[in-house]
Design a protein around this ligand. Structure first.
Ligand SMILES: Cc1cc2nc3c(=O)[nH]c(=O)nc-3n(C[C@H](O)[C@H](O)[C@H](O)COP(=O)(O)OP(=O)(O)OC[C@H]3O[C@@H](n4cnc5c(N)ncnc54)[C@H](O)[C@@H]3O)c2cc1C
Length: 481
């Protein structure tokens, strides 16, 4: 049975991978000339990679980690020390760490917080700990209910001192959704905290050993094509065309470079494109349906990813850093953290600029100039003095609509993977799954979509054994999630 999937981001590729496991024949159609969507990366004329985003993998990503095992590429994840490192704006050039000891959860998290005396006082830690108790005791149902509040509102309701928000949670909110806690739904931060506190290695971080396009997406494409599937680049869906019953008749692909449009017919259709372009593509008759109308409540948030190459080493820290700068979110010296970008003599900083609303329309030169000003504060010894560090080159990647902006009330707008249309499914990080807008969410959504298809449409001609052997990992993971 042939399944046409629009979009070769992680959700589309994961959906195609699990469909091949279940005996279907997927054909993935990607608008751009690069795999990966929000994890896409490019090589410049010097052979240096630059990426859509600085991407971190967490211990609390069971579906992503299982995917790495299934593709036999686990050794590509470079796990770092179990710690979280924050810059200290009031003490330029210094860091404050939350070191997780080798103890079971949640003890390791509690010890990490209690041992850090730079950022919070004892009374602030205790008041924050007490505030978190309902989230830990009442579980996911409580976390979901808190979607009516911003994280700032939630902290106030729990009587958590304002300084806790300023010192820790502005940085965390910007890392999670590229916005500040006064805009971010409490559900997002509480979900992350729950995972981090409940799983021993939940907050342990890994970097991929090279570009996600080459090191993660390509193995997915190889897996899919070796099993009879297909992945086509430069294949934008122009229209979803309907039959007389309102089901999908075919995808119309836009012909590029003067080529005619192409009609593509399959047995089933999946959209793995982000919510913003999906809303534009929806056929007129579907727009009256409540299921699709709900999507109007979701919109991508702007973010900017910068790569700065310097003439010297700025730091030897081999980890993610929370900048705690008003302009920037997280950053890392990729010459330390990532094997393929390694350089013992020169730093390549990859930095996320967020919130980016005011910056997305500005020129690359303006964005780099403002970032360098911030770096002067973060690395005073390297930018002061007679021979300050020199910027050799840069790349700026702007994503005007990235993951959906998780403001309060968004959870009710997230659609299930199953739509009211018999032969049409959705997948993508914005669809309903418990990992919010993340790589883990994208991979899990692809798996859930494949499972939903298998539940409703048996793959004709698929070997019964193939279906059998793959059913159990899917079921196990859905349960884990
Ligand atoms: C700066 C940044 C940093 C991030 N950091 C992290 C992180 O550290 N950890 C983490 O877990 N997550 C992170 N994320 C989030 C993560 O990248 C996304 O959640 C995930 O990659 C989304 O995957 P997706 O498949 O749902 O969507 P996408 O990756 O957006 O894929 C959708 C695909 O559909 C294609 N498409 C669109 N329109 C059409 C059309 N008409 N026809 C055909 N194809 C079409 C697009 O080109 C794209 O390839 C980050 C994101 C960004 C932007």
């Amino acid at each position: 049975m042939k399944v046409a999937i629009a979009g070769a981001g992680l959700a589309g590729l994961s959906c195609a991978k699990y469909l091949t496991d279940l005996g279907y024949t997927p054909i993935v159609l990607e608008r751009r000339d690069v795999l990966g969507g929000k994890v896409a990366a490019w090589q410049d004329e010097d052979g240096d990679w630059y990426e859509t985003g600085l991407h971190i993998f967490f211990g609390a990503y069971p579906n992503m980690l299982q995917l790495f095992r299934e593709l036999n590429i686990e050794d590509r994840l470079q796990w770092k020390e179990h710690t979280m490192i924050f810059n200290q704006p009031e003490k330029p050039g210094t860091y404050s760490r939350f070191d997780f000891p080798d103890l079971p959860a949640p003890v390791n998290g509690i010890v990490a917080i209690l041992r850090n005396n730079d950022m919070l006082t004892w009374s602030e830690k205790i008041r924050f700990g007490i505030g978190l108790i309902p989230a830990m005791l009442k579980g996911q149902a409580y976390v979901e209910e808190m979607d009516k509040y911003s994280f700032s509102e939630w902290l106030k309701l729990q009587n958590v001192p304002e300084r806790v928000e300023k010192e820790v949670f502005i940085a965390m909110s910007k890392a999670l959704n590229f916005i500040n806690p006064d805009r971010l739904s409490a559900t997002v931060v509480l979900t992350a905290l729950n995972r981090f506190l409940q799983e021993k290695n939940g907050s342990k971080m890994a970097f991929l050993d090279g570009s996600p396009t080459e090191r993660l997406c390509q193995p997915l494409v190889d897996y899919i094509t070796e099993r009879g599937g297909e992945v086509r680049l430069n294949a934008p869906i122009k229209e979803i065309q309907l039959d007389e019953n309102g089901n999908v008749r075919q995808f119309l692909l836009r012909g590029l470079d003067g080529a005619p449009d192409e009609e593509l017919t399959a047995d089933l259709y999946v959209s793995a494109i982000p919510v913003d372009p999906l809303k534009v593509l929806l056929p007129q008759p579907w727009r009256q349906m409540e299921y699709f109308q709900k999507l109007d409540g979701l919109e991508g948030v702007p973010v900017i990813n910068l790569h700065l190459w310097f003439d010297r080493k700025l730091t030897d820290i081999d980890h993610l850093l929370f900048s705690r700068s008003p302009l920037l979110s997280v950053y890392a010296d990729m010459s330390n953290t990532c094997k393929a970008y390694a350089n013992p003599d020169k730093s390549m900083l990859e930095l996320v600029l967020a919130p980016a609303k005011e910056w997305i329309g500005k020129s690359d030169d303006d964005i780099v100039a403002a970032t360098l000003k911030e770096l002067e504060k973060l690395f005073p010894t390297h930018f002061g003095g007679e021979t300050p560090a020199k910027l050799i080159k840069f790349h700026v990647v702007k994503t005007p609509r990235s993951v959906y902006e998780a403001t309060p009330g968004r959870q009710q707008h997230r659609p299930s993977q199953v739509t009211p249309i018999d032969n049409f499914y959705l997948t993508g990080d914005f669809t309903m799954q418990p990992y919010l807008a993340s790589m883990e969410g994208a991979v899990l959504s692809g798996k859930l979509t494949a499972q939903a298809i298998a539940n409703a449409h048996s793959p004709a001609n698929a070997a019964a054994t193939a279906t059998q052997s793959i059913d159990s990992p899917l079921a196990t993971n859905a349960a884990t999630a």
